[in-house]
Design a protein. Sequence first.
Length: 71
Amino acid sequence: MDVVVENHRPAIIVEQRHRYRVERIQDTWIIDDEWWRDPISRQYFQVVLEDGGMRTIFHDRVADSWFAQAY
């Protein structure tokens, strides 16, 4: 998954050759945990896409990579 970032926020999600424009960010939160093992530092975004669909994605700040949160 690739994410185009504008103003430090996800603007476009690219998955399997499809582009989804982020209409708005519903919520955001940060998790920093497990410093005693491999550190976890993630910034989560619950986004509303232009088609009305909702998705939770996160930026792994340690690996500098984006992922979709599976529920």
